[in-house]
Design a protein. Structure first.
Lengths: 321, 650
């Protein structure tokens, strides 16, 4: 799953209010830069073409204080100053525009960025409806959502290019930002501050969906996991609690670890390992068997499981819809 | 020896009066033969060449690191390097290029050229100069020795805390970097102090500050910047080392330290540093380009003011590296504005170069080609800098490959292309041989095309959203093609640089002998032989204009510089100090003889830093005592150096 067409992180098309406001300034600056660079390159090349001497030996060309070049400096610098002042004004205007969403945020999500995955906590006044999920955010289309960004380890940066600019996630402080999706879709995000060995594999997805769909997603996510129904998945739950439960939570079971992602509704997510793999049965099995081979340095260790243990845990995890 | 020896009015002569003078000076100034002479040399020319050669070795090492990374990134999902290997390589690539190549290569030029363009016999502090070189290479080796343990720094050259703290980096990687940078800071600081004092006091009589070549302005502005900025980073690395080893919590958020404190301390150093490693290169181009256009630089005074202004403003823009850190928007707006403003002095220099081409008669030597390429890439790096100065655009672009493209247009475009052009230009003076022009053209075009094929597409890679510092990327991000192009370009660039080295090797052996002034240039280094004699100038020149060797042709002013008659200063190893603004003769300086003390002191310092690294306190105590002994030996009053009082104005 990638989302966002052929260039999921590209800045060419926007799908959110913040990115939409930034885009004209960004591309205005880019095209202005192209024009200036081309003009200056032409000035150099044409100057050489017109003025260069055939001789390749400077000793053969007499020295003189010829011509008056100062007007070129004054003119060029004067024009540059006007352009730069105009750009400063434009920039400050856009800064003011993206500081806040046009309407107050509908709700906020607590983002906890960790080496090397994302925890998203959806709070709710009714604690039974609050829940935590990982690596896949859902937001309603057309509503601004606020984010409170914290990190328990190192600095990360929260970035969903199609929706808006990035904000660093810094331990010891809570940064805030907002995103608003204009249209339904799946948008890729990525940690964009170097955060250690697996910085490259720290992606996330934002699923923007119509309000009703979003509401039903939220209901599903808030519910605890369904109890296992077969003998194998029952054994799997027991093994899961023993072998995985120190790090992972499955709500409704004694597995309450918080070092790794909450897996209560793992099978509702489209990727695993922070966007590294599609959430397909083979990938999930491979990941549980040998995470260090797929994501070296990941904080999920290779755990020696017996064949039946492995099968049971896999079977149980696949029930976490 | 009495004080009158320093107060005497020096003898004035011409070589016709005193034909034996050059030989007498040679005996006084020449390095001793053999290994001892090599280690003991304090000659600024030997030290300058060593800086150049050593920095090029580091350039090759950094380049090899880059090529390995480009192989890994050439295809999505490559497995040539492990993530840890990649992270060590990208970190050491940055550290190498920014600290061990970019400034030292310019120090090489400045060391060699300063006394020559100023009409002096050596730098103000020759022993300190040798010490600066030895500590540079020692600090470089110290940092590189981390590879032997497989524990090179792996948190990038910017080394953000808390990822650099023990909790996340338990190995010695960061200790190598922290101590290595403090060590290197010693080299950088003493080198900068030496340049500043040399400029203020060692100019030939009559070389008032409005007659200085731009390269002197560039290096002096950069040196002043070093003196103000390097302490911040030495302190930051010291605090980091304490955090890692002694339980302080400057940057440790889990104990109420501030991770952002590191970023402020680092960038208030590292942003000025960017200007420190380009201003001297811009100075080299501002001096050499007009000579190849057969006219004086257009707008000398404006370019000088722009140089100084850039360095000053360079201290006011560091927060533009931190726009995404959640700082208040008002603060970001201020630094955004400052970052736009700093483009103005760069525009001054750009238009001055273009005006010089348009009003001159360019002679298309290889050096000229490099300078022309330099101007274009300077502008590309400049405008992409302006794009990222706009906070909202930066929030999208920061930490993407767009910034990788930007920094390489700045550092390769301005530093490396300026340096390569300047090497074609000054190689005859350095070595006495011309650097081959035919191979030079191939070298230029392959380097220029390779560089642009490698880095121009990276702007696009960034706009496609590729984050920096990732060891791999999945295929479905659509980044494979642009990365492959960049990888191919990087190998082309490497071939171009290899051709340069081949050209150097061939030219050193078979190149045409260089005359004193092969480019018919106007400044003092071309008034002496190629390569210059150990004493630079037998007669101290008297300067009357900015272009001593072009005066008659330019009809500049009424006075004329005097080069064929001047102070002989041959009562031992002597040089002349002049007054700060007007360069009037002030006092005779007794210059130190060759000495191994700077080298021995460096060895002891290396031992001390190694002791700190392994935390061996008895070894540190021993090294500390030996360091003190070296310093005492260095400062011990020597009869022939007794400088009792500043003498009356001669």
């Amino acid at each position: 799953m990638t989302g966002g067409g052929p260039l999921p992180l590209g800045l060419f098309a926007t799908a959110g209010a913040g990115a939409g406001q930034i885009s004209p300034l960004l591309w205005g600056l880019i095209w202005l830069s192209v024009v200036i660079a081309v003009l200056i390159a032409l000035a150099v090349v044409v100057g050489i073409a017109i003025r260069a001497r055939r001789e390749r030996d400077p000793k053969l060309v007499p020295v003189s204080r010829s011509g008056n070049g100062l007007p070129l400096i004054y003119g060029g610098v004067g024009l540059s100053i006007l352009i730069l002042l105009a750009l400063t004004g434009w920039t400050v205007t856009v800064i003011a525009g993206i500081a806040k969403p046009s309407a107050p945020a509908a709700f906020s999500v607590d983002v906890s960025a960790r080496q090397w995955w994302w925890a998203f906590h959806y709070d709710d006044p009714d604690s039974g409806k609050a829940f935590t999920t990982a690596n896949e955010l859902h937001i309603p289309v057309g509503q601004a959502v606020a984010f409170n960004l914290t990190s328990p380890d190192v600095i990360h940066s929260f970035w969903v290019p199609a929706l808006g600019g990035k904000t660093d996630v810094i331990p010891g402080q809570t940064n805030t930002m907002w995103l608003e999706a204009d249209k339904a879709g799946v948008y890729r995000g990525q940690c964009s501050e170097y955060c250690g060995q697996q910085h490259a594999n720290m992606a996330l997805y934002v699923v923007a969906e119509p309000a009703a769909q979003y509401a039903s997603w939220r209901t599903v996510q808030a519910a605890p996991a369904k109890p296992p129904v077969t003998a194998q998945t029952e054994a799997g739950l027991a093994d899961f609690i023993g072998r995985c439960g120190n790090c992972h939570t499955v709500r409704g079971t004694p597995a309450r670890g918080d070092k790794g992602p909450d897996l209560t509704h793992l099978m509702s997510r489209s990727t695993i390992a922070a966007g590294l793999l599609d959430n397909a049965p083979g990938n999930l099995a491979g990941w549980i068997a040998h995470p260090q081979g797929l994501k070296p340095g990941s904080l999920m260790p290779d755990i020696a499981l017996s064949g039946p243990e492995f099968e049971a845990i896999l079977a149980y995890v696949e029930t976490l819809k | 020896m009495s004080t009158t020896e320093y107060e005497r009015v020096p003898e004035t002569a011409s070589l016709a009066d005193d034909p034996g003078l050059p030989e007498r000076l040679r005996v006084l100034w020449e390095n001793r033969p053999g290994l001892y002479g090599w280690i003991a040399s304090v000659d600024h020319k030997s030290i300058g060449i060593r800086y150049l050669v050593t920095s090029f070795v580091f350039l090759l090492l950094g380049g090899l690191e880059a090529l390995l990374m480009r192989i890994q990134l050439g295809q999505p999902g490559e497995h040539v390097l492990t993530p840890e290997q990649y992270n060590q390589l990208f970190s050491m690539h940055g550290i190498t290029m920014i600290f061990l190549y970019a400034l030292p290569v310019l120090s090489g030029f400045s060391n060699f050229l300063f006394p020559l363009v100023l009409g002096a016999r050596d730098m103000a502090f020759p022993r300190l100069n040798a010490f600066s070189y030895w500590t540079y290479i020692a600090a470089g080796l110290f940092m590189y020795s981390s590879f032997l343990l497989g524990a090179a720094p792996d948190d990038g050259w910017f080394n953000y805390a808390p990822n650099s703290l023990k909790a996340f980096s338990p190995g010695p990687n960061m200790d190598f970097y922290a101590l290595g940078m403090i060590f290197l800071g010693i080299s950088t600081m003493v080198g900068a102090a030496n340049f500043v004092v040399t400029v203020l006091r060692m100019r030939a009589p009559g070389m008032s500050i409005n007659r200085l070549p731009i390269l002197v302005w560039g290096t002096t502005a950069a040196s002043a910047g070093i003196l103000l900025s390097v302490p911040a980073v030495s302190l930051a690395f010291f605090m980091l080392w304490l955090d890692r080893n002694f339980g302080t919590h400057f940057f440790n958020a889990s104990a109420d330290g501030l991770p952002l404190l590191w970023q402020h301390l680092f960038w208030i150093f590292a942003h000025p540093w960017v200007y420190i490693i380009v201003l001297p290169a811009m100075g080299l181009v501002s001096d050499a380009l007009p000579i190849l256009c057969r006219r004086p630089l257009v707008g000398y005074t404006l370019v000088v003011l722009a140089t100084v202004l850039t360095m000053v403003l360079g201290f006011g823009v560091w927060v533009h590296h931190m726009f995404a850190t959640g700082l208040p928007l008002v603060a970001s707006s201020f630094f955004s504005g400052a970052s736009f403003i700093i483009a103005i002095p760069s525009a001054v220099a750009t238009f001055a170069w273009i005006a010089t081409i348009w009003t001159g008669r360019p002679v298309l030597t290889t050096a000229f080609l490099y300078f022309a390429g330099f101007i274009v890439m300077f502008v590309v790096g400049g405008v992409s800098g302006v794009v990222t100065a706009a906070v909202p655009a930066d929030l999208q672009l920061t930490d993407t490959y767009f910034v990788v493209a930007h920094i390489h247009y700045v550092l390769i475009g301005i530093n490396l292309f300026g340096v390569l052009g300047a090497l074609y230009f000054w190689f005859p003076k350095f070595t006495g041989r011309m650097l081959g022009e035919r191979l030079g053209r191939w070298n230029f075009w392959i380097t220029f095309i390779g560089f642009n094929v490698a880095f121009l597409p990276m702007h696009l890679t960034g706009l496609m959203g590729m984050p920096r510092r990732v060891y791999t990327y999945p295929e479905d991000l659509g980044l494979g093609a642009v990365n492959l192009i960049s990888s191919v370009g990087s190998f082309l660039l490497a071939i171009g640089l290899l051709l340069f080295l081949v050209n150097v090797a061939l030219s050193l052996r078979k190149g045409a002998r260089a005359p004193d002034n092969p480019w018919d240039a106007p400044t003092l280094e071309w008034a002496t032989t190629s390569p210059p004699p150990p004493y630079n100038f037998a007669l101290i020149p008297l300067i009357a204009s900015r272009h001593p060797l072009w005066e008659d042709r330019l009809q500049e002013g009424s006075g004329r510089s005097v080069l064929d008659r001047g102070f002989t200063l041959d009562h031992g190893k002597e040089a002349l100090a002049t007054t700060v603004l007007d360069a009037e003769p002030d006092v005779i300086l007794k210059m130190p003889a060759d000495t191994v003390t700077p080298f021995v002191l460096t060895v002891m310092l290396s031992a001390a830093f190694t002791a700190l690294l392994v935390q061996s306190w008895w070894m540190l105590a021993l090294a500390g005592m030996l360091i003190l002994a070296c310093i005492v030996a260095w400062l011990w009053p020597k009869r022939h150096l007794l400088q009792i009082a500043a003498a009356g104005h001669g």
